[in-house]
Write a protein that binds this ligand. Structure first.
Ligand SMILES: [Zn+2]
Length: 280
């Protein structure tokens, strides 16, 4: 399961409502060897000391990444890309033990962050943010599909200049947009009835419009339904959006045309699709 733009935004909005003004009293990190090895957590755990006594001034999400900004030149960058949990605890009576990072605030409330697969938890000074791959990818470049800059005019102009396949255009560090991973990608191209290997430069106006509408409708639906069905928000409440395409469709048929769903390996992942609706 992945936490993409809608889920990152849901979390960031909840965090913003509750955490702003809170002061960090202590922290605890555990079971982080694997994350540290691949650079998903600070090499030097003592970096987290710099968060202490800081007060949270803002929580912003862009793409799949959440930036928690403190008033002492420090930031907590959270990106549970391939699954994770950010949970708020009003008191310590119901102790949560499954986490990589736990932050205790001076008012006895706490926040735990758990990364289930790939994803990062980083304590970074303002000046260090630009060194983070995920911050650079989602905050410093790309068009966010929920911001005003995502217009049909701009999207169609830019996508038609790209001689890359749709997966590379919508997902990854060179993507035109931010906040879409493999999961949203499969739903988007299924809705738009497009084959994933199709190139941006090959799309006609109707196809670009179908893609643009699919991106908008997916983002809106996932926000309205409070995230994907495997996602839990800051209060452990489950999302209700069921992916239209993906591993959950294995062995099933297309609801539009009844054709068997197929799986293909492509662009560093598995893609489920309807071979009829999404003809090459
Ligand atoms: Zn179909």
């Amino acid at each position: 399961m992945s936490i993409e733009l809608p889920e990152a935004l849901i979390l960031a909005n909840q965090m913003k409502d509750v955490l702003i003004g809170k002061q960090l009293e202590s922290y605890h990190v555990q079971n982080y060897d694997r994350m540290q090895k691949v650079g998903f957590l600070n090499k030097n755990i003592k970096d987290f000391d710099q968060l202490l006594n800081g007060k949270i001034t803002s929580v912003i999400a862009r793409g799949n990444v959440i930036r928690v900004e403190l008033d002492n030149n420090m930031n907590l960058l959270i990106a549970p890309e391939y699954g994770g949990e950010v949970l708020y605890h009003k008191d310590d009576t119901k102790k949560s033990t499954q986490y990589h990072l736990k932050i205790q605030f001076t008012d006895a409330t706490s926040l735990t962050v758990r990364i289930k697969s790939m994803g990062c938890i980083l304590a970074l000074e303002d000046e260090e943010l630009v060194n983070s791959y995920m911050y650079k990818r989602d905050f410093l470049r790309g068009i966010s599909p929920i911001e005003d800059e995502f217009t049909f005019e701009r999207f169609s102009k830019e996508i038609n200049t790209l001689n890359r396949n749709l997966k590379a255009i919508l997902v990854g560090k060179e993507a035109l947009l931010v906040g879409i991973s493999n999961s949203a990608f499969q739903d988007i191209i299924y809705r738009a009835k497009l084959f994933p290997k199709k190139k941006g430069s090959e799309l006609n106006k109707e196809e670009v419009k179908a893609l643009f509408d699919a991106i908008n409708s997916l983002m809106n639906e996932r926000m309205e339904l409070r995230g994907k069905n495997q996602f839990i928000d800051m209060y452990a409440k489950k999302g209700k959006y069921i992916p239209a395409m993906g591993p959950n469709m294995k062995g099933k048929t297309c609801s539009d045309c009844g054709t068997g769903i197929e799986k293909m390996s492509f662009g560093g992942g598995q893609i489920y699709l309807c071979p009829k609706c999404q003809e090459q």
